[in-house]
Design a binder for this molecule. Structure first.
Ligand code: NDP
Length: 290
């Protein structure tokens, strides 16, 4: 997988410089996805990975800007810090307090946006054509990913969100942040089995990276429950196997979300939204092959 995507416009014309910052970053699929978008729309751009620790991030961003950086994605563990470094925050980013998309403004400062939630909602409602409205939802996890998508899910019309997290204080903090007690509540893990079945269960934990799934009772789902894992590839296997064993028909991993959030960042930078279907198909083939 190339780190840099180039559609050289020729005649010495400048090429827009883009990047993804994170630590670690070698695993990031973003260069591949943006290369596909750029090719599809014949937009000249270079997109590379920049490994930056939290201590080095601010300096690395200044260096990137000095080298002509026009936009960047930001991933773990820098999303909260990115929100502190920008001059302007988009609505989603301000509400969540995290940023995944940076855009250089004409005065040299940065604007921060958050496209994760829009990407998740686009994947479910537009690509999978499933309605989120009125669903009683269980959000499993309260880390950065859960924080990034909760606002967009509430906006998309989810009826009520119950948040459960291994460390309950983080679930409470996330619910408090959104400040909508009639729409969002929390529950202790040990009380889950008594809380009834949900219409939508979203796994926003990182347990899959260790090959495991969060320990959940089958009583949480019914056959038509939408079960979605924000992880993808091998990291989603254990949770989706749990959903299958529980008899759920609608089971999806987060590859679609990954492509849709990238498409939204691409739209912010270039003013045009790519066709995501062929890119998702190509990404799945890449994931299979790796
Ligand atoms: P964080 O490290 O911020 O949070 C991890 C979360 O997982 C916490 O809620 C943590 O609980 C929980 N957790 C970890 N292990 C277990 C376990 N064994 N059982 C139960 N809960 C567990 O990570 P992020 O929130 O940033 O990311 C979560 C996942 O989402 C990642 O795997 C990431 O790859 C994926 N993701 C996918 C995206 C996409 O576009 N598809 C976008 C962003 C993220 P506790 O608080 O108790 O530690």
């Amino acid at each position: 997988m190339d780190d840099i995507a180039l559609n050289d416009p020729g005649a010495g014309k400048p090429i827009g410089q883009y990047a993804v910052f994170g630590h670690p970053i070698a695993h990031s699929r973003s260069p591949y996805i943006h290369a596909q978008f750029a090719k599809q729309l014949s937009i000249p751009m270079a997109y590379r990975r920049i490994d930056a620790t939290p201590e080095a991030f601010a300096t690395a961003l200044v260096a990137f800007a000095a080298a002509g950086g026009a936009g960047a994605n930001v991933t773990l563990p820098l999303k909260g810090q990115a929100a502190q470094l920008v001059a302007v925050l988009g609505r989603e980013a301000e509400r969540a307090g995290v940023v995944n998309t940076l855009t250089r403004l004409p005065d040299g400062t940065w604007r921060g946006d958050l496209t994760d939630g829009l990407g998740l909602v686009a994947d479910i409602t537009e690509r999978l054509r499933l309605d989120l409205r009125g669903r009683r939802m269980l959000l499993v996890g309260a880390g950065g990913a859960a924080q990034a998508v909760l606002g967009a899910l509430v906006d998309a019309g989810v009826d009520h969100v119950v948040i459960v997290n291994r460390t309950p204080e983080r679930a409470d903090a996330l619910a408090d942040r959104l400040g909508e007690p009639s729409r969002i509540s929390t529950i202790y893990w040990q009380d889950l089995a008594e809380s009834g079945a949900y219409d939508f269960v979203l796994n926003a934990t990182s347990a899959g990276h260790a090959g495991s799934a969060p320990d959940l009772p089958f009583a949480l789902v019914h056959p038509r429950t939408l079960v979605y894992d924000m992880n993808y590839g091998a990291a989603a296997s254990a949770f989706l196997a749990w959903a299958q064993a529980a008899g759920c028909k609608f089971r999806y991993d987060g590859a679609g979300m990954l492509v849709e959030q990238a498409a939204e960042a691409f739209r912010i930078w270039h003013g045009v939204r790519p066709d995501t279907d062929p890119v998702l198909a190509a990404l799945r083939a890449e994931i299979e092959a790796s």
